[in-house]
Design a binder for this molecule. Structure first.
Ligand code: HEM
Length: 341
């Protein structure tokens, strides 16, 4: 097949996947700009995308693009090395900066990939992957002593950029990305056929501006996120606290409703005579009641730590229910001594 068998076909695949990755990065930097200017809106977008099917399809498509781009990069490099020693690309550039990048695209790509691995561990694994794996707060990463829901990108920005080494690693990755993108954009446009004398200069200019704007914005974002994270902005800002509190209120309401429904169900099935008290005691000594108390405590503690300046009625009501259930458990254990565990 032309795309795999011929050298120009393979370059075309590199150009096509490269174009998609450049578009992804342009979209990504715009998303980060939302986090910078309007953090609550950013969290809403993260919540909307989350681990929904459309976000998963997009993520898998993106992963496939990266994999194809990397495999073809290795393939082309090996092929060029075999054919022409250390010359990596068929067309060499005129300006010294571009020439250096063109000769080091593989190394630059590897540095970007190393950055990407760290980045995905810091964000994707704790957000989308965590949401796929579990909805239990006990399994999420902890920010300021409270579990951070995967949909709150701002809490993960706090966690990542609160570390002193994060901006350092990111800036190294961004420098490599700038060189890689700068040459990549020019090279891919050339592969599409815009390689006459007039277009050559324009393409270099387009590559330079595009990569500089995108990477420049990433650098700016990393610096601002680091400064704000060190001021604990993402855990103290009132608008964000209110957004986090809505989340915990919703979970508290759901849990309370679940308990009420289970209690109603147990009572409906209980006999009408004296055995009714037995059924009541059996309900309170059941594992689901103990699980309810544990889950309610996790939510109450998380809400108190994540929204310290707010009172959340639904969470307070949940805490009250948990205290009542705990009392009933103790009482049930005393009347049913064989159910002590
Ligand atoms: C200041 C710089 C950056 C910040 C703050 C940032 C932030 C984020 C966040 C919060 C996510 C998780 C989104 C989610 O799973 O819901 C993410 C995902 C991702 N980021 Fe970044 N990012 C930055 C730079 C970059 C760069 C330079 C690259 C590529 C070279 C990159 C590639 C990715 C990829 C591939 C994903 C996974 C996307 C998906 O699963 O759909 N990021 N980033």
């Amino acid at each position: 097949m032309w795309l795999t068998c011929s050298s120009i076909g393979r370059k075309f695949v590199m150009a096509l996947t490269g174009t998609c990755l450049v578009l992804f990065l342009t979209f990504h930097v715009a998303m980060n700009a939302v986090a910078l200017l309007w953090p609550t809106a950013y969290n809403s977008i993260c919540g909307f995308l989350g681990a929904n099917w459309y976000a998963l399809v997009a993520s898998m498509g993106l992963a496939l693009l990266f994999v194809i781009h990397i495999i073809y990069a290795l393939w082309l490099t090996l092929q060029n090395r075999r054919a022409r020693g250390t010359d990596r690309y068929k067309v060499t550039a005129g300006t010294p900066g571009v020439e250096w990048s063109s000769k080091n695209m593989l190394v630059l790509g590897i540095v970007v990939l190393a950055f990407l691995v760290v980045h995905l561990i810091q964000f994707w694994a704790k957000m989308q992957l965590a949401e796929i794996i579990s909805h239990d707060p006990a399994s999420w990463d902890v920010v300021n002593g409270a579990p951070a829901a995967p949909e709150f990108g701002t809490l993960y920005i706090q966690l990542a950029f609160g570390c002193i080494w994060t901006p350092v690693i990111y800036i190294i990755g961004f420098i490599a990305l700038w060189f890689h993108m700068n040459h990549g954009i020019w090279s891919m446009l050339q592969t599409y056929g815009w390689n006459n004398d007039i277009w050559m200069k324009r393409l270099k200019c387009i590559g330079l501006w595009w990569s500089s704007i995108v990477v420049g914005l990433f650098v700016l974002q990393a610096v601002v996120f680091s400064v704000l994270a060190h001021k604990n902005y993402y855990t103290t800002d009132m608008a964000l606290q209110e957004q986090y509190s809505e989340y915990w209120a919703e979970r508290a309401e759901t849990l309370n409703e679940e308990l009420t429904a289970r209690f109603a169900h147990a009572m409906k099935n209980a006999p009408e005579d004296g055995d009714r008290n037995q059924a009541l005691a059996a309900f309170f000594t059941s594992p689901e009641c103990a699980q309810f108390v544990a889950a309610a405590k996790t939510i109450s503690e998380a809400a108190a730590k994540q929204c310290p300046d707010l009172t959340i009625p639904a969470v307070e009501s949940l805490a009250q229910s948990a205290a009542d259930v705990e009392q009933s458990i103790e009482y049930a254990k005393s009347v049913m001594p064989n159910q002590n565990n």
